[in-house]
Design a protein around this ligand. Structure first.
Ligand code: SAH
Ligand code: SF4
Length: 371
């Protein structure tokens, strides 16, 4: 496999590392188009300037308002001062799969770091995996992000800036972003306002007009937010990280299960499919000697029977320092066959670039240790 590791910059800039403000200032990417129009009115600018700014950032993919040549210079300066772009600076980047997989560790304005991944496919698709929080408070035992602890929620602008960064890369290659998955660091439904704002801004017709059907949000299982999700206007896909078919095992792997056990989670999932008419995805990371026996597969099939769903089986990505291992390929196959025989649609998802990229969250830990 053609693997290259390209280091852009290893140490945080001192002025960034010293800033400890928990939240970035509200910036242009945090606003929706209506709010940007209101800002223009308040600053005695014609409203069409808001559309020009929006198009510059989301359609022409300018990295900065200063690069939007249709705007008067004074307005560019005013927006940059009043509504700054979020600071997300690529610190390090890793490429794998011959460059098709590109993972970047970004440093935020307060020195915190998040990871995002771009995956290019031969059929033309290009998917960005985006972080919604710096760290995660959910503490799943198999997850590098969970083991690294929680720093803070990201703003909508910081989420969007990760996506726009890769959209710009693709544009330079004459390609387009086709899918977005909220499966990077953090629990998206623990930061629902910023996550929804980012989705609305992606969908705004004056800009990217990105289809919600090409967006997937993955949750650890925050039940009240799943129910709100069912009522949302935009038909975004929902993935639920299940990982175990019974409360004892799931509780040992995922502390969130003590708050919302499997029965409540499945009730919410069923309500979601009934209200929205949309299929739900269940993520199931297979761990050797833990949740991956044929009995587990049968119990999982019993749990999901009759539901409008699909199961994504993910052989565990090894986390350094953790004793957990993925099962053998034969055991993965047997698990899948058992589900398929029971009529549960499922596929095995192989992590791309797993050789160097590993599970999300690891790069941040390395960064924190080296910093
Ligand atoms: N917090 C959300 C989304 C981010 S994690 C969630 O938990 O769903 C994205 C997916 O990666 C989740 O399904 C998560 O359980 C899974 N995951 C985390 N660590 C993993 C590992 N070491 N190997 C395989 N999958 C992992
Ligand atoms: Fe957080 Fe998801 Fe990792 Fe669990 S799997 S610790 S919810 S990022």
């Amino acid at each position: 496999m053609n693997t290259t590791i390209e280091t852009i910059q290893l140490t945080p800039r001192p002025e960034v590392a010293r800033s400890r403000s928990p939240k970035p200032p509200v910036g242009v990417l945090d606003l929706n188009l209506e709010e940007l129009r209101a800002w223009c009115r308040e600053h005695d600018e014609p409203e069409y300037r808001a559309t020009q700014i929006w198009k510059g950032l989301y359609t022409d993919l300018r990295a900065d308002v200063g690069e939007i040549s249709t705007l008067p210079a004074a307005l560019r300066t005013r927006v940059a001062d009043d509504l700054p772009m979020p600071r997300i600076e690529p610190l390090r980047s890793w490429k794998a799969d011959g460059g098709a997989t590109h993972k970047v560790l970004f440093q935020l304005h307060d020195g915190k770091a998040v990871e995002s991944v771009l995956m290019r496919y031969e059929d033309g698709r290009a998917t960005v995996c985006v972080s919604s929080q710096a760290g995660c408070a959910m503490g799943c035992v198999f997850c590098a992000t969970g083991l690294g602890g929680f720093d803070r929620n990201l703003s909508a602008g910081e989420i969007l800036a990760q996506i726009l960064y890769f959209a710009r890369d693709l544009k330079r290659e004459g390609r387009r972003l086709t899918n977005i998955v909220y499966m990077g660091m953090g629990e998206p439904l623990a930061n629902p306002r910023a996550v929804w704002r980012s989705i609305e801004n992606l969908h705004e017709p004056a800009g990217m007009h990105f289809s919600p059907r090409r967006i997937t949000v993955s949750t650890v299982g925050i039940v009240p937010q799943i129910l709100r999700f069912a009522e949302a206007d935009l038909p975004v896909n929902l993935a639920i990280s299940l990982h175990a078919p019974d409360d004892e095992l799931r509780g040992a792997m995922m502390p969130v299960n003590h708050r919302w056990p499997i029965r409540e989670l499945m009730d919410a999932a069923r309500e979601y499919t009934e209200r929205s008419g949309r299929r739900i995805s269940f993520e199931y990371a297979l761990i050797a000697g833990s949740n991956s026996s044929i009995e587990h597969a049968r119990a999982l099939a019993d749990l999901l029977r009759g539901m409008l769903c699909h199961v994504n089986l993910i052989p565990l990505n090894k986390v350094p320092g953790s004793p957990l291992e993925p099962p053998s390929p034969e055991a993965v196959r047997a698990f899948q066959d058992t589900l398929l025989a029971a009529g549960i649609p499922c596929t095995v998802r192989l992590e791309r670039g797993a050789d160097i990229l590993a599970a999300c969250g690891q790069l941040r830990i390395e960064h924190a240790q080296s910093g």
